[in-house]
Ligand binder design. Structure first.
Ligand code: GAP
Length: 514
């Protein structure tokens, strides 16, 4: 665990050192849980968004996009349930004066029990070697059974308390399990209170009677309120989807783990409108497809898992998360929710406008049901960075390399003249001039070739091309591959095709369309 935390720290400092992510307002000592993307970060982020957008809109002729405003009529948030129910249960420790999410304290406690069980299993696996039967061990070892029983008991109390929004019971679990404040080490807790996560501001001058408006906590509502606009103007037939990428804001109390939990972040959401009664079929369809989207990146299927919700949100009749193995454990990156007709039905009620679809096949109108896929761009970014980050010991050296999927890499190709003279820089520029329309290229002539390779490894550039004296004679260059560090000689004219083969997004899209 300590080793993984170490990796995470290195990842955060690597992100800063190479221009991926900066603390917001850093020269003013930063703003908590708000981050800026640097020159490399913005490219990686844009590539992730493009991958998502094209997987939605190119691969599905019945999915179209929109870009709705961040400010929306305040009644929308009443209708969506966010004004009344978008709360976190908070608890304060009276000694440290620190505030925590009660549910997170309990989840962390459960994770500790899981750790204990896993350690027992690991120890036994080492002891018994090849003959180890893990399932049997889990079913019979007294210490594992004792811990598992404890976990199950706390978990079922916890799930029930969450489902019933029973704040007293949440506190009681913390008291009964003797959960202590990580800062003060004491159990001197306040009551659990609800805290709304929406930011608000005022629109218009006070003289006109300013209106309280919210910064949207999800992009989904911008899709719901445009459902009929898109359906009518696009002549969409159910089932169909509307996709959107945009900023969302939440006043997170437990804001930590770098860009995992932010106060300003970006979402990629798609609402898929279906006939009532067919929602669970489509829920399964999107579950499968979204997992395929993640796995096509090639980081390994074992890095992902589904986690079904214990507590369904107020609008859902089925929900699951896609979790990714971050350096701090498996964490939610995406949610897939069957939202029923809750949102459209509620907007009908609050707006007084009909939000129904006339189904020509059934010859009747209905409020469609909705399957939502909702993924955080920043969390996706973090998962990609975490999976790509490698420290490698070489024969006489070591390197940090980001093994990014080439389609997502911020720079696809670095062109490096061996020396800064003899016409090599000019030749290198010539190559960039012919390829820059297709690929993000970088020119670098400073320092030794070895150092230049390391710099490109650190930002995940899949190809480095070295221009040397032979290039001037026969128009060939050396291509160096990032992951294997293998080098080969190639003619300049073949570079475009060779690089496109590895970096074109369509190869990823084809994998998920298979
Ligand atoms: N419209 C449904 C919705 O917003 P959610 O589970 O609250 O569902 C969806 O959020 C995704 O948005 C999460 O899986 C996560 O990737 C991302 N997300 C949510 N809160 C976030 C935060 N504070 N910082 C970064 N990403 C966040």
């Amino acid at each position: 665990m300590a080793q993984q935390e170490d990796v995470f720290k290195k990842l955060v400092s690597h992100s800063k050192e190479y221009g991926f992510v900066f603390q917001s307002s850093e020269i003013y000592d930063g703003l908590s849980a708000v981050y800026d993307y640097g020159q490399m970060g913005v490219e990686l982020k844009n590539n992730i968004k493009k991958y998502w957008w094209e997987s939605m809109t190119l691969l599905h002729e019945n999915v179209v996009g929109i870009d709705s405003a961040i400010f929306m009529h305040p009644t929308i948030w009443k209708a969506s349930g966010h004004v009344d129910a978008f709360n976190d249960p908070l608890i304060d420790n009276k000694d440290s004066k620190k505030r925590y999410r009660a549910d997170v304290l309990i989840e962390e406690y459960l994770a500790k029990i899981d750790d204990k069980i896993n350690k027992e299993v690991e120890k036994a696996a080492k002891r018994f070697g090849e003959s180890f039967d893990e399932q049997k061990f889990r079913e019979t070892n007294p210490r594992v059974l004792e811990n598992q029983a404890k976990r199950d008991e706390v978990h079922s109390r916890f799930a029930k308390a969450l489902n019933e929004t029973n704040l007293e019971e949440l506190r009681q679990i913390i008291v009964d399990e003797e959960i202590v404040c990580p800062i003060s080490g004491t159990r001197n807790w306040t009551e659990v209170r609800q805290f709304n996560l929406m930011f608000s501001t005022e629109m218009g001058s006070t003289a006109d009677g300013a209106m309280k408006v919210y910064l949207r906590p999800e992009t989904a509502q911008g899709i719901f309120v445009n459902f009929l606009n898109v359906q009518k103007t696009g002549r969409m037939k159910i089932p169909f989807g509307i996709a959107q990428i945009g900023k969302a804001f939440r006043n997170e109390i437990v804001a930590r783990q770098f860009i995992f939990r932010m106060r300003e972040f970006e979402q990629m959401e798609m609402q898929f409108f279906v006939q009532p009664g067919e929602e669970l079929k489509w829920f399964e369809y999107w579950k499968k497809l979204r997992m395929a989207w993640h796995q096509a990146l090639g980081f390994g299927a074992e890095k992902y898992r589904f986690h079904d919700h214990d507590k369904l949100a107020h609008y859902a009749n089925a929900a699951t998360d896609i979790e990714f193995e971050m350096p701090f454990g498996f964490k939610e990156v995406e949610g897939i929710h069957s939202r029923t007709d809750f949102d459209l039905g509620s907007h009908e009620k609050y707006s007084g406008k009909k939000l129904q679809y006339f189904d020509p096949e059934l010859n009747k109108s209905y409020v469609p049901y909705v399957i939502e896929t909702s993924i955080g761009v920043d969390r996706m970014f973090l998962s990609v960075l975490a999976a790509a980050y490698h420290e490698e010991q070489l024969e006489n050296d070591s390197r940090v390399v980001l093994k990014l999927p080439p389609m997502l890499a911020p720079v696809k190709l670095a062109v490096l003249p061996l020396v800064k003279k003899d016409g090599l820089p000019e030749k290198a520029r010539e190559i960039i001039d012919s390829l820059k329309f297709d690929f993000a290229c970088q020119y670098d002539e400073k320092d030794s070739i070895g150092k230049r390779y390391r710099r490109q490894d650190a930002i995940g550039t899949p190809f480095c091309v070295t221009v040397d004296h032979q290039t001037l004679e026969d128009n060939t260059v050396t291509i160096r591959h990032r992951d294997t560090m293998a080098q080969e000689r190639a003619v300049i004219d073949s570079l475009g095709d060779a690089i496109a083969k590895q970096t074109d997004l369509k190869h990823l899209l084809k994998k998920i369309a298979e």
